[in-house]
Design a protein around this ligand. Structure first.
Ligand code: ZN
Length: 403
C-alpha cells in the first residue's frame, strides 16, 4: 500500500507565518486567573485565534465556560469518508510574576523564541494552525475532519477539555504539549486525599482526659512512609514507580491544650493500571491497621480529586500515523516516552478517543526564562501536517494512483 507522503502533496510550512502566529499569541496575556487573580484568562486569546481560523475558512465555534474562560474550535471539513483527527492545546499559561524576561515580549534570538507560554504551549498552538495552513496551501483534499481545539484552564482544573470531550467526538487525537519531539504514550495520574484525625480536647495539665489528634497523625504518617516504600517496588516500563507523599497538615489550637483535630492532605501519584479503588484499599488498610492497634485511634478519609493515568497502545492507528510521519521527516523512528506529570490527554483518551502527545522542545516551562526552540517547532509542524494527511485521507484515496 502506498501512503500519501509529504513529497506526494508538496507540503511546505510557511515559517514566517508560524513565527507571526506565535509572536501574536505571546503578546496576549492568557494567564490562568485561578492561578493568579490578576490573570487575563483565555477570552482575548480565543478571539485572536478564532479570527485567524475564520480567515482560513474553517468552521469556528466558541464554548463559553466562565466570564474569562473560553474554548475555541476550528474544523476543517473533509469529504466525510475518512477518519477525523482532533488536535488539542491549552491557551492558558501560568503566572509570569516570577519571570526575569519580559513575559509578553516575544523575542527571537539564538534560534529560540522567548516569552511566557512560548513553549507551554503557544508554540504548539501556532504549529497546529500552521500545519492546517500547509495542507490548505498544498491543495490536499482530506476525507476526515481536522478539529483544532484550543482550550482553557489546563494549568488548573482542565475545565476546558473536560467540557470539550462532552461535546466533541473524533477518531483520534494529538495533544500538542511540549515533548521534545518524543512521541509520548503514557503519563501518571493522581489522587488527592484528605485524612482527618480525631482526638479529645483537654487542658494540657490533665493528660488522662485528652486524646492528642496530632500524635495520632504521626502514627498515620509512619504508615504513609511504609506505603511509600511498598509503592517503590511497583514498576511501569516507562514511568517507573507510583508514589505517595504528605502535602499539607493542620491541627491544634494553642500550646496548653490537647488537640482534638488534625487534618493531613496527601497526594498519591498513580501509574497506568492503578485505579481509585487501589487508593481506597490502601487508605482502608492503613487506617484499619492503626485502629486495630490503638483503640483511641479515630480517623476518616475522603478522596476529593482524581485524575486518571493515561496510556495508549503504540499499535493504535494514530500512533502509527505519527510514527510514519516522523520517519518520513527524520529517517528514524521517534523516541517513545512518558510524562511524569498529568495532561489533558487523560481526559481525551479516557473519553474513548485514542490520543498521543507530540510537541516541540523548549525550557523554562513555568520558570523564570521560558523559550521554545524554533527548529523543533518547525519540525513539529511538518510532522503534524504529514500525520494529518496520513490519518485523514482514506485508504481508497491513498491507493488511487499507487504504483
Ligand atoms: Zn502545558
Amino acid at each position: 500500500m502506498k501512503h500519501p507522503s509529504e513529497q506526494d502533496f508538496a507540503l511546505s510550512v510557511d515559517e514566517q507565518q508560524l513565527l507571526a502566529l506565535l509572536q501574536g499569541m505571546i503578546r496576549i496575556n492568557s494567564v490562568n486567573p485561578y492561578l493568579d487573580p490578576e490573570g487575563n484568562g483565555e477570552r482575548e486569546l480565543a478571539g485572536y485565534i478564532g479570527s485567524v481560523l475564520e480567515g482560513m475558512g474553517l468552521e469556528v465555534s466558541y464554548q463559553e465556560l466562565t466570564d474569562k474562560a473560553v474554548n475555541v474550535i476550528g474544523i476543517l471539513r473533509g469529504s466525510g469518508n475518512g477518519q477525523s483527527l482532533l488536535l488539542n492545546g491549552h491557551m492558558d499559561t501560568v503566572s509570569s510574576r516570577n519571570m526575569s524576561i519580559e513575559p509578553l515580549q516575544p523575542t527571537f534570538a539564538d534560534g529560540k523564541v522567548y516569552g511566557r507560554g512560548s513553549c507551554d504551549m503557544k508554540g504548539s498552538l501556532a504549529a497546529m494552525i500552521a500545519a492546517v495552513q500547509a495542507i490548505q496551501q498544498a491543495g490536499v483534499a482530506l476525507d476526515g475532519d481536522v478539529i483544532l481545539t484550543f482550550v482553557a484552564d489546563e494549568e488548573y482544573k482542565s475545565i476546558g477539555t473536560e467540557h470539550l470531550v462532552k461535546t466533541l467526538k473524533a477518531d483520534a487525537a494529538i495533544v500538542c504539549e511540549p515533548s521534545d519531539l518524543d512521541m509520548v504514550v503514557t503519563h501518571k495520574g493522581f489522587a488527592w486525599v484528605k485524612v482527618e484525625l480525631f482526638g479529645k480536647e483537654a487542658n494540657g495539665s490533665r493528660p488522662h482526659e485528652g486524646v492528642d489528634a496530632i500524635v495520632k497523625a504521626g502514627k498515620f504518617l509512619v504508615e504513609l512512609e511504609r506505603l511509600s516504600a511498598r509503592l517503590r517496588e511497583k514498576q511501569h516500563p516507562i514511568l517507573g514507580s507510583p508514589s505517595v507523599h504528605a502535602s499539607l497538615i493542620s491541627g491544634g489550637t494553642e500550646l496548653s491544650t490537647y488537640p482534638d483535630y488534625c487534618a493531613v492532605e496527601i497526594e498519591r501519584r498513580t501509574i497506568p493500571g492503578e485505579t481509585v479503588a487501589d487508593v481506597e484499599r490502601e487508605m482502608q488498610e492503613m487506617l484499619g491497621k492503626l485502629a486495630s492497634e490503638d483503640e483511641q485511634f479515630r480517623a476518616e478519609y475522603e478522596i476529593f480529586f482524581v485524575r486518571e493515568p493515561y496510556e495508549i497502545d503504540p499499535g493504535e492507528p494514530i500512533a502509527q500515523a505519527l510514527r510514519e510521519a516522523y520517519v518520513q521527516r527524520f529517517q528514524t523512528a521517534p523516541r517513545i516516552s512518558g510524562f511524569s506529570g498529568w495532561a489533558d490527554s487523560a481526559l481525551i483518551h479516557g473519553a474513548g478517543i485514542p490520543t498521543v502527545i507530540f510537541g516541540p522542545h523548549g525550557a523554562g516551562l513555568h520558570g523564570a526564562v521560558e523559550y521554545v526552540e524554533w527548529s523543533s517547532l518547525v519540525q513539529m509542524t511538518h510532522v503534524l501536517a504529514n500525520t494529518i494527511v496520513r490519518f485523514c485521507k482514506s485508504n481508497e484515496n491513498q491507493n488511487a494512483g499507487a504504483m
